[in-house]
Design a protein around this ligand. Sequence first.
Ligand code: ADP
Length: 375
Amino acid sequence: EKPSWALSAGQPPAVSQQPGTVYAHVGQSFASRAYDVLIVGAGRMGAALAWQLRQRAPHLSLLLAEEGGLPNEEGATILASGVWHSDVPDEQRERAERTRALLGERLQPCGVLTLSEQGGVPPSVPYPASLADAAVLPGLRLDPRGGVYSPASVTLDAGQQAVRLGADLMLNVRCELRGGGQVALHRLSVTNTHQVVVDHTVTVTAAQVVIASGAAGPHLIENGLGQPTRHRQAYRQLPRLNVPSGPDSPVVRACGFVLRPHSGGYVVTPPILHPDPWGYQPVGGRLAGVPVGLRREVVDSLLPHLEALPALASEALVVGRSSADIPGAWLALPEGGWPRWDRLDEQHVLLLGGPHADLTGLAVAEELAEALAQG
Ligand code: ADP
């Protein structure tokens, strides 16, 4: 049976609640007040937590605060490959299965092919010949339970459901931790020369502050609470590969890459090879002031794998002419690699998704909601 809040389309929430208020821009005045819970960041982790908290603990007042939109165009959520498969370590299996159940009908079934080190190629495996010759590949496994979904639309949906169930949502606000449950809300606006500036600042207090700020989370905590962290960050870009894919094409996982069929081609998610390049700013071409093209570390990550995936060395790989061709974003790397939450002190909790949030992120957000609901 599906959990009551599974993300199945079109089902109205069971709980009757007054909807919360959305503060989208600085023109909407906000009277500072105390909240039970304040979530910093409305990426997929923060939005999922907000929705589950409204379901489990409607008595707790909640503010979901986000620097950009829902989800932010520069966040990891919008860039995630949105692939679910069952190739996870035993200790993550239950979470992966729970995430799959929570995704419900949002997950479109689609075989996931994994290129492994040993074993032969089963003749039944529908390997896309355009990517590489299956005969030269060492081994393939097909996961028939795999599937794909859109993390961005799951996030939008979760945020909207949270508001419908009474959460307040503030967009275009940069949060700064002040300690003791105090958070400065720097409300942002854009000047007529397109600069983002702080319009005004309001301070709110919350009994519990959840930092669900993706790659920015560890820094927010170091700066605001003075707590060092072992989590890191990495930069990721998703080039497009123009080899033909159709509705029945499988996802292919090989050499740390994930190739997801998308609009007739593939989206390439490279492995993470350059964690936390200290002081690194992505460099590459610029066109009309906008960074374009593949960043150096993305090219580095491709080079060792061209033999196994020769399509990556062909003209089919889009290296970028406009910024829209190859979006890139910073990604949190939780210690241990898997989504997790950590209690930092009595009033602050860190919630991190990271590269495996597609697989277990919703389950971890659910666990934190449960813990907060129980007080
Ligand atoms: P995750 O997969 O962990 O949810 P994302 O990067 O998609 O990661 O989400 C984190 C969100 O947190 C982003 O949308 C980002 O804009 C937001 N964020 C980061 N720092 C702040 C901040 N100081 N105040 C408000 N929102 C923030």
